[in-house]
Design a protein around this ligand. Structure first.
Ligand code: AMP
Length: 221
């Protein structure tokens, strides 16, 4: 299965993708995680990307596309993948089509996690991320058992530097400028399904699993 999770920052793409990847035994490919890994290791890509990320702007397509092509060079994507945070604009959607065409692959489903702004701000401003395994927590909605310690691996939790209200609003604006054309692109291709995603993570996950298992064409919008 080749799945794209589309949705604003804070829609729960990362949370859902991690669980889906485990359930479906597929790699979870998050361009945000890949970029943060590069920033942490201070690679040339990370050094170029950091400023854009801190400002809530998109990292230039050229850099992200190159990073994705490298990731798609690994064997594990042959069985399928859950793509999270990519594509972010039409240019990237077309680049992805090319990458997949080269590999004789095609996207099966684009799941659009539709979330309201107030929920997004509330989710992101309380989000905590594990510095070791990348698991997401929330100070109120999904607190870790031990303060600032990951339930899964014992790693330290931190708040992302771009998870502050000012940057969140910028990221939301960037997202809104690009998303309608992306939605149209995948709608035209008959691949888009809209998932209402204001509910708790488990409820949203059940909707997703039901949809991808039934491949119910009537859910395509
Ligand atoms: P995310 O973890 O998906 O919220 O991404 C965090 C930040 O990484 C974004 O605000 C962008 O600066 C950058 N980023 C992640 N994915 C992409 C992408 N596909 N294209 C450009 N920038 C991206």
């Amino acid at each position: 299965m080749k799945i794209i999770l589309l949705g604003p920052p804070g829609a729960g793409k990362g949370t859902q993708a991690k669980v889906m990847a485990e359930k479906l035994q597929l790699p979870h490919i998050s361009t945000g995680d890949l970029l943060r890994g590069n920033v942490k290791s201070q690679t040339p890509l990370g050094q170029e990307a950091k400023d854009f990320m801190d400002k809530g702007m998109l990292v230039p397509d050229e850099l992200v596309n190159k990073m994705l092509i490298e990731r798609f060079g690994s064997d594990d994507v042959k069985k399928g993948f859950i793509l999270d945070g990519y594509p972010r604009n039409i240019n990237q959607a077309k680049a992805l089509d090319e990458i997949l065409k080269d590999k004789k692959m095609e996207i099966d489903d684009v799941l659009y996690l539709d979330t309201s702004d107030s929920i997004i701000i509330q989710r992101i401003s309380g989000r905590l991320v594990c510095s070791n395994c990348g698991a997401n927590f929330h100070v109120k909605n999904m607190p870790p058992k031990v303060e600032m310690v990951c339930d899964h691996c014992g790693g330290n939790l931190y708040q992302r530097s771009d998870d502050n209200e000012e940057t969140i609003r910028k990221r939301l604006n960037v997202y809104k400028n690009e998303v309608s054309s992306l939605i149209e692109y995948y709608k035209q291709a008959g691949k888009l399904s809209r998932i209402p995603a204001d509910d708790e993570a488990e409820i949203v996950l059940n909707k997703i699993i039901k949809l991808i298992h039934t491949h119910n064409d009537s859910s395509k919008v």
